[in-house]
Write a protein that binds this ligand. Sequence first.
Ligand code: ADP
Length: 431
Amino acid sequence: MKLFSRKKTKNNGLDAGALAGMALDTILDGVIITDKKGVVQLINPAAVRLTGCGADSNAIGLDYGLLIRLESKDGQELAATENPLMLAMQTGRALEKYKGVMIDQQGGRRAVAVSMLPAGAAGAERIITFRDITKELEEEGAQMEFISTASHEMRTPVASIEGYLSLAINPQTATIDERARGYLTAAHTASVHLGKLFRDLLDTTKLDDGRAKAHFEPVELVGTVRLIANEFLTQAQAAKLKFQFGAKDNSVVQLAPGRKLDQVVYGYVDMSFLREVLANLIDNAIKYTPEGGSIYVNVLGDGDRALINVTDTGVGVSADDLQHIFQKFYRSDNSQTRTVGGTGLGLYLVKQKVEAMGGKVWAESAFGEGSTFYVSLPRITGEEYEKRMIAKQNQAAQQEQVGQQSQAVTQGAAMQQNQAQASQTNMKGAQ
Ligand code: ADP
């Protein structure tokens, strides 16, 4: 196969092919070129080193999957349906910097970032590039640790500034002139924003480095989501918005013959993650919907998934922004977001938390026409719900028993100590 064109250049007589070859031999990134079926056609020296295959001749003609074996970052073997490189190779769709762990031919493991680009006529070739990111991850880890510690340390003084400013602007606790009230109110708003930023930053680092993990419990989702949503009723009313739990058009759902309307939908979720996800989505819906608009929250059972939606009739998101809004610190740049305060971390946190619960989140919107944010979570059956509830209750009872036993042991030890002290005092008295 002709991989590089042999065009003559003025470069010391070296042709473009030789120059490309030199680049491939020198770069530190591993490069493997395969045909459409994934059979290796070319492998550069860095890829030989990273895969541990010994020599390029050992790799040419092999399936790429034998050379690039991937695990997830937390050491889980990737199933074929979850292996992003395999999916990209099969579909011919590009893969950009997937971070995972590569197992080399000797069984050694190293953190890598893998990309794949289809190339050649009609995508007949696949170019896989990968590089060792161990050092990068270490640096990222140190950076995250710093952000995490700084956010944690700064939360306390910011909370105290916020508290004192609240006292200063409250007519019942302080007497100040109107001009000062204006300045202090602005300072208070900024301190509330700063407090939220530190909280979000701390949550982000905890989720990114795996310190915050989902703690699952069985939950009936329709009632739970309704309860959480209702907590926002006052906030929505204050913003002069209609707020409703249920379908937007109040329509009677037309079901296919033989299908029942789901009155209850069970899930296995982390309750605080679910609460934070909904709070963020509803808070955004309120923020980005002008007066007179409406917000609808609903839950539906959809086969083995539970589908939650938060719909608003607000400003909407443009198609360009829609691709980025779940990224860290991304805020659409339009007049609405410029006037509405935010950190750009909310939807990133939503995505992290939903994915930690085994779910997916996405949005549908058109600029100026409102938005719907969907959260799809794994659903469990009524029987499974009952079983997990019993297991949860048993676990709670066991924990209570262990707690009581250790309390009894501590009390027993304290009594013994008291008795020993008392008899020592008696002996001293008798002497
Ligand atoms: P922010 O703190 O800026 O609200 P988010 O991560 O929650 O950060 O949201 C990212 C961006 O997505 C927002 O800046 C806004 O442009 C857009 N966005 C989020 N929710 C909505 C919504 N319901 N309607 C319109 N735009 C939204």
